[in-house]
Design a protein around this ligand. Structure first.
Ligand SMILES: C/C(=C\COP(=O)(O)OP(=O)(O)O)CCC[C@H](C)CCC[C@H](C)CCCC(C)C
Ligand SMILES: O=C(O)C1=CC(=O)c2ccccc2C1=O
Length: 320
């Protein structure tokens, strides 16, 4: 690893404990872990709706493993970003907070190894390596997003990689871990959660436009400019609701999945906030958390929409 000299340690040690606590929380990003859990939850909900069985042990191992794999992704992100200069103004980078890149690097690797061990356990229980293969592809996407020599985030590919990792791939793995089969309904649902996850990454780049541009990171916000990116946002948010309505209309989803529309006010809040503040970094910086809320609630309502007919004792669980 090459080291670019970014030394926050002296300042960080002097920082007041309350501020340090806030920085640590921002560095660990607890709300972000819902992005790892959601594909497993919704993919499993669809498997329950279609097969009327739940393999609770496999579900629990998968959730635990997904959290650890996302922890690796985030720890590795702080390590790799410390080498490019893109995190030079990021006080809540774990590398900047600890001033110990090697510790964060190995902690990340430990999370990855433990997470993959969990996925391996699922494969051993099922005597089938399919889930391991799919999750390894997710990890490769996670690596090429940020690691050398690829660093595809610098070319603005992050949102596309994110869509496939947290959408079709993670959903396929979650559904397959429950059923050892594939499902078109699951694939359709994966596109909705894939879009809402990529939306988080898209929103996280608004306030970083200047820093990113300065080090040559051409995120979609740098490429489009904040104004055009803000104008694109309603279309991206709208696709979550349009895809859900289309799948219900086509008979791929049960009508109860229209519950997703209960998250429409969060989408409107996000578009309004970004529309007004897209070029004010200090104001727009919280839009990522509105996007996390949209992802969380639209995902919960989507998953609930699949199992609700069964919970309410309706006849057919999915349209025939
Ligand atoms: C680390 C990620 C974003 C941070 O991006 P950025 O460097 O711009 O942000 P900071 O300024 O905060 O440093 C997320 C990247 C996601 C990646 C494209 C795909 C990750 C795949 C996961 C490893 C897959 C996990 C699947 C799980 C459900 C089993
Ligand atoms: O730190 C971040 O900004 C993100 C971390 C992360 O793990 C993630 C995962 C999926 C979509 C977006 C993001 C982030 O934005």
């Amino acid at each position: 690893m090459t080291t670019r000299t970014v030394n926050y340690s002296a300042n960080a040690l002097k920082t007041a404990p309350a501020i340090r606590k806030k920085l640590w929380l921002a560095a660990i990003k607890p709300p972000m872990y819902s992005v790892a859990i959601m594909p497993i939850m919704v993919g499993t909900a669809i498997a329950i709706a279609e097969t009327r069985t739940l393999q609770a042990g496999i579900f629990a191992i998968f959730v635990f493993a997904a959290i650890l794999i996302l922890a690796w992704e985030n720890l590795a992100n702080d390590v790799f970003d410390s080498e490019t200069g893109v995190d030079v103004n990021k006080a809540h980078s774990l590398v900047n907070l600890t001033a110990n890149k090697s510790l964060i690097f190995w902690l990340g690797n430990l999370c990855l190894a433990t997470g993959l061990f969990g996925i391996g356990a699922i494969a051993a229980i099922q005597r089938d390596l399919t889930v391991v293969g799919i999750i390894l592809v997710c990890c490769v996407l996670g690596y090429i997003y940020q690691g050398p020599p690829f660093r595809l985030s610098f070319q603005g590919w992050g949102e596309i990689l994110c869509f496939f990792a947290f959408g079709p791939l993670a959903f396929a793995a979650a559904y397959y871990s429950q059923t050892q089969a594939w499902s078109g309904t699951n694939l359709a649902a994966s596109t909705i959660v894939g879009v809402s996850t990529s939306l988080i990454l898209f929103c996280s780049h608004f306030h970083q436009e200047a820093d990113d541009a300065a080090v040559g990171k051409r995120s979609p916000i740098v490429r489009l400019g904040t104004k055009r990116a803000a104008q694109l946002l309603p279309w991206l948010c709208g696709s979550i609701f349009a895809l859900t309505a289309l799948c219900v209309w086509l008979g791929v989803f049960p009508v109860t999945t229209l519950l997703v529309f209960a998250s429409l006010p969060i989408a409107l809040k996000l578009c309004k906030h970004v529309g007004t503040n897209h070029n004010k970094p200090e104001k727009v910086s919280n839009c990522k958390f509105i996007a996390v809320a949209l992802h969380f609630w639209s995902g919960i309502f989507l998953g609930l929409g699949f199992v609700l007919p069964q919970l309410l004792g309706f006849g057919a669980v999915l349209p025939t």
